[in-house]
Design a protein. Structure first.
Lengths: 115, 111
């Protein structure tokens, strides 16, 4: 199993440009999450999904959109990038059910710089 | 806002010593988790403690939870240079399956 993968690993954007970050997981997990991590800080939740076709806002959703058209994929979109969105973006997934572990499995991250 | 605040922000110890990190949080929780992040990498789950548990062990890790004080601690015994990383606590609220992370403790273990 590859676990959680993220594409791309690095990207540099100019202010106003758009891009999509792709997260894929092969563990048949129901829950998927997008976080951002700024220097010296913990992760902050952007959006998450509790299943295919559903999304919900997290702590810092402004300026981002998401889609979960397939269970294994969770896309994060920036419609008009701003320098404040310079960050490292992490995707995570977790299995369903109350009896299952609540732990999250993380991807390696995407380092995004907006100039 | 960050739910969990960790203390200390940075810790430097010698190999073989124990490392203790503390985490405080603000709201009612379902569980509290600890994650490790090596430099430039994603987070790796270490241990989970549920709100009705007070202590949990996993190998060289010991986690305690005091819900009355809304605090937790992570103890790493007999530390190794390979334990050098940032450690984050994360809380899961009773209402949803999303985590809220603390700001982390950077641990440096000197060989």
């Amino acid at each position: 199993n590859a676990g959680v993968t993220q594409t791309p690993k690095f990207r540099v954007l100019k202010t106003g440009q758009s891009m999509t970050l792709l997260c894929a997981q092969d563990m048949n997990h129901e829950y998927m999450y997008w976080y951002r991590q700024d220097p010296g800080m913990g992760l902050r939740l952007i959006h998450y999904s509790v299943g295919e076709g559903t999304t919900a806002k997290g702590e810092v959703p402004d300026g981002y959109n998401v889609s979960r058209l397939k269970k294994q994929n969770f896309l994060l979109g920036l419609e008009s990038a701003a320098p404040s969105q310079t960050s490292v973006y992490f995707c995570a997934s977790s299995p369903p059910g109350l009896a299952a572990s609540y732990e999250q499995y993380f991807g390696p991250g995407t380092r995004l710089t907006v100039t | 806002s960050q739910q969990g605040e960790e203390d200390p922000q940075a810790l430097s110890i010698q190999e073989g010593e124990n490392a203790t990190m503390n985490c405080s949080y603000k709201t009612s929780i379902n569980n509290l988790q600890w994650y490790r992040q090596n430099s430039g990498r994603g987070l790796v789950h270490l241990i989970l403690i549920r709100s009705n548990e007070r202590e949990k062990h996993s190998g060289r890790l010991r986690v305690t939870l005091d819900t009355s004080k809304k605090s937790s601690s992570l103890l790493i015994t007999a530390s190794r240079a390979a334990d050098t990383a940032s450690y984050f606590c994360a809380t899961m609220d009773t209402g949803r399956r999303a985590l809220t992370f603390g700001s982390g403790t950077r641990l440096q273990v000197q060989p």
